[in-house]
Design a protein around this ligand. Structure first.
Ligand code: HEM
Length: 239
């Protein structure tokens, strides 16, 4: 008798275990591939710099929100798989934000520092807000490795709590730069972020987890299920 599984079965198992990772990586590359394809085919519209700016900015923001959604999803539903792709989502968010910034200073302002200071920063304060968010995301991306996590220990968790103010700054940046008639979309994204942050507030989080676990426990059982460690300690990187 042999222990070997048929090739088709092991592939199926692999996909069943890794579908979210695959979806995350493929999905995160899509906006970049779309931009690269249309750039090379001269198909980025009448104002390619604005298209680049909008696509990279939005991709960064959506990936950041998805990254911030993993823990609340776990709290509410008990679904753990999302936690395993948090780090990748955060790093992709940072990569798009860096491209967004590069597009701004290189293609939009031609690397003219004086022009960036006079026109970019002084007349458009939302740029400073975006820059602050990008600096925070950079610190998180640099220290996202296991090595930095070990080196910084408790400080690592504190440092990585910067993701919350960074998310708020991104929403402020998005809202501030939008024209008066287009403010509704940034407001909807900000409301979503508000909801994701609210679920993490300790009393609410405990109430939600308690309710979920009571729902799971067989009625006659008197043994309370232990609270998962991941909810009593702040989220750690899992990749
Ligand atoms: C140094 C950092 C940044 C600079 C210089 C910058 C610059 C800009 C500029 C010039 C615009 C367009 C404003 C207009 O159309 O008039 C913009 C829009 C935007 N930015 Fe940034 N930004 C920065 C950081 C970020 C970060 C970190 C994020 C997200 C993680 C972000 C997300 C967005 C979004 C979503 C928009 C709106 C795009 C749209 O209208 O479709 N930005 N940013």
């Amino acid at each position: 008798m042999t222990n070997k599984q048929p090739v088709g079965t092991s592939k199926k198992n692999w996909l069943r275990e890794n579908w979210l990772r695959v979806l995350t990586h493929v999905g995160a590359w899509l906006p970049g591939m779309w931009l690269a394809w249309n750039w090379f085919h001269n198909n980025l519209g009448a104002d390619p710099v604005t298209t680049l700016n909008n696509v990279t900015g939005r991709a960064a923001m959506v990936l950041l929100l998805l990254c911030l959604a993993a823990t609340p999803l776990y709290i509410v539903t008990g679904w753990r798989q999302g936690l395993a792709v948090r780090r990748a989502l955060g790093l992709y968010a940072f990569a798009y934000a860096a491209l967004h910034f590069a597009n701004f200073i290189v293609l939009d302002y031609g690397l003219d520092l004086q022009f960036i200071l006079d026109d970019g920063i002084q007349t458009k304060p939302y740029i400073l807000v975006g820059l602050t968010a990008l600096l925070a995301l950079s610190a998180l991306a640099i220290t996202s490795t296991k090595g930095w996590q070990k080196r910084l220990r408790r400080q690592w968790t504190r440092l990585h709590a910067l993701i919350y103010p960074a998310g708020v700054l991104v929403m402020l940046h998005f809202f501030w730069q939008a024209k008066a008639a287009e403010k509704i979309e940034p407001l909807l994204y900000a409301a979503l972020l508000g909801l994701l942050l609210l679920v993490r507030v300790t009393p609410l989080r405990k109430a939600i987890v308690g309710r979920r676990q009571r729902g799971k426990t067989p009625k006659r059982s008197t043994i309370a299920a232990p609270e998962p460690a991941a909810l009593t300690t702040p989220p750690q990187p899992t990749e």
